[in-house]
Design a binder for this molecule. Structure first.
Ligand code: PHE
Length: 332
């Protein structure tokens, strides 16, 4: 029995088989246990003799079990180490480093420039009501921009905002002057995509309302912006224009010498490029938001961030901004 047991134990090559062997010999119903149990039927002389032998056998089996257990543990550990070994000579995986999108860079720059002038950043919804996008902004009921050919309608009273100007109204409704905010975000217009149009684009809106705000404040603010964003030699000029929500209104051009000024794809024409719309907040808009135009005045401006980005980085097709081709993004 002893030899059979020890042979079996030494041949075991896993802890599971070893445990099976232990139960088979030493367990409650094990072979050796049965023998010990059967000792009652032996004579008084035989009993101590057989008992002694049985105990020695048990001890031997136990020692063999213990040793087999140790060596199996070592073997199992070796196996595990082998299977988990790392081949340091294998070629590594290439980890591609991302890059901030030029639009994101421009938006971060814009925020920093206006924050440094004391503006706070406000946000508004992209799915907007006709009221906030048009009515409260003094847009006449027959204004062409309200047409379905220009604006994406969700239903009669809900649209995708066509500009960031509705954020002005939301901010003025909720806050007493002095107000000084910029708001950046996506806007949507029903335009066919080409090099300069995208149905989804980005604007930044600026709004300042306080006592005694003048067009001079607007000009000064935009001048600081242009010099910080495009470079210290940049100049701006105002051209008369018309927006329903500002009076007087202006379009603002900046000098553009990116590629020699004239005739290139980024700086068309005469070395000036249109960068934004602006003006003094219309008294009707102030009144719509519960602000007394006799006490307060304000200026507002709005610009297309995509076009600013294109001008700053010399990008000649707006669609490149939305293709997420790393070969393009890595250049900025
Ligand atoms: N919302 C105007 C546009 O999209 C820009 C603008 C904003 C003009 C604020 C004046 C004041 O064209």
């Amino acid at each position: 029995l002893k030899e059979k047991a020890i042979l079996e134990i030494n041949e075991a090559d896993s802890t599971a088989i070893l445990e099976k062997a232990r139960i088979h010999y030493l367990g409650k119903k094990g072979e050796l246990t049965e023998i010990l149990r059967g000792m009652g039927s032996l004579s008084a002389e035989e009993r101590p003799l057989i008992g002694k032998i049985a105990n020695i056998v048990r001890e031997n089996i136990e020692i063999a079990l213990e040793e087999a257990k140790k060596s199996i543990k070592i073997k199992e550990l070796e196996k595990k180490l082998q299977s988990e070994a790392i081949d340091v000579t294998m070629p590594g995986k290439e980890i591609k480093v991302g890059k901030r999108h030029p639009l994101t860079q421009a938006m971060d720059d814009l925020k920093n420039i206006f924050i440094s002038m004391g503006f706070k950043v406000a946000e508004g919804p992209e799915v907007e009501t006709v009221y906030y996008n048009f009515d409260a902004l003094n847009a006449p009921k027959n204004h062409p921009s309200r047409d379905v050919s220009d604006t994406f309608y969700i239903n009669e009273s809900t649209i995708l905002r066509t500009q960031t100007s509705p954020v002005q109204v939301r901010v003025m409704e909720k806050n007493e002057p002095p107000i000084r905010i910029v708001s950046l975000g996506r806007c949507f217009r029903n335009d066919t995509p080409d090099a300069t149009h995208s149905p989804m684009f980005h604007q930044i809106e600026g709004l300042v309302v306080d006592k005694g705000i003048t067009m001079g404040d607007l000009k000064g603010t935009l001048d600081v912006f242009a010099k910080n964003f495009f470079g210290p030699n940049t100049q701006i000029k105002f051209r008369p224009h018309n927006f329903p929500f500002t009076e007087p209104s202006a379009e603002v051009d900046a000098t553009c010498f990116k590629c020699g000024g004239e005739g290139c794809s980024v700086c068309k024409g005469n070395g000036w490029i249109e960068v934004l719309g602006a003006g003094m907040v219309h008294p009707n808009v102030l009144r719509n938001c519960g602000i007394d135009p006799e006490v307060y005045s304000g200026f507002a401006f709005g610009m297309g961030i995509d076009r600013l980005t294109m001008q700053k980085y010399g990008i000649d097709d707006i669609r490149l901004l939305f293709e997420n081709d790393m070969r393009f993004i890595n250049q900025f």
